[in-house]
Design a protein around this ligand. Structure first.
Ligand code: 5GP
Length: 191
């Protein structure tokens, strides 16, 4: 998606640890008009999939997923990161290793909001090693629901998540795939 790539080139900041900061339009301040364009692009790319629910993970996926859900005209659910060790009964749960914080946490979704009739499009901001997406896929499959696809805003193509998820047979669409980025020069190359 050219509009998004231009914005990343203009406003993206490369940090150590292969982290791309896009706080000015995606992860802190949010450009909702751009989100709407992303929603339309996802709608095009998943036109052949039956989708009745959007799933994301808190916190940074929520804003994008809400706008995408409006474009698809379906409900949106976000998986919660749980602090509690004893997770109460009626939830699906799995463990996710955080890319940015390095620790493992539980994510949960209430059984009320995910079930066997759901055909789910998973939305997230970044794809790096694929752990967050893998966790969300596990939640959907654990609920007996179908993964209709996964839509990612920025995939870091030099990290293994994209191949890992595509090899699982998931219809994965990323709006911008970063092939390389150079912390010293600030140069970002897209696929
Ligand atoms: P993964 O689980 O695929 O390794 O990492 C995906 C998650 O880590 C995303 O939900 C995102 O919040 C965070 N993440 C991974 N890489 C980056 C990055 O380069 N920049 C930002 N802002 N978040 C990232």
């Amino acid at each position: 998606m050219e509009l998004l790539k231009e914005r990343i080139r203009k406003d993206g900041k490369i940090k150590e640890g292969n982290v791309l900061k896009v706080d000015s339009f995606l992860n802190h301040q949010m450009d909702v008009k751009l989100f709407h364009e992303m929603g339309l692009e996802f709608k095009k790319r998943f036109a052949n999939e039956e989708i009745n629910k959007i799933l994301t993970i808190e916190a940074s996926g929520i804003g994008i997923a809400c706008i995408v859900a409006e474009v698809f005209d379906v409900p949106v659910v976000f998986a919660k990161k749980s602090q509690t060790k004893n997770i109460a009964g009626d939830v699906y749960t799995t463990k996710v290793e955080s890319y940015t914080h390095g620790r493992v946490y539980d994510i949960i979704v209430s059984k009320e909001y995910l079930g066997k009739d759901d055909k789910v499009l998973i939305i997230d901001d970044f794809l790096a090693n694929g752990k967050a997406l893998e966790g969300l896929i596990d939640l959907v499959q654990g609920a007996g629901a179908k993964v209709a696809g996964a839509g990612i805003v920025i995939e870091k193509g030099f990290q293994p998540g994209g191949k890992f998820i595509r090899d699982r047979g998931v219809h994965l669409e990323s709006l911008a795939i970063v092939e390389s980025m150079d912390e010293k020069t600030g140069e970002i190359v897209f696929k």
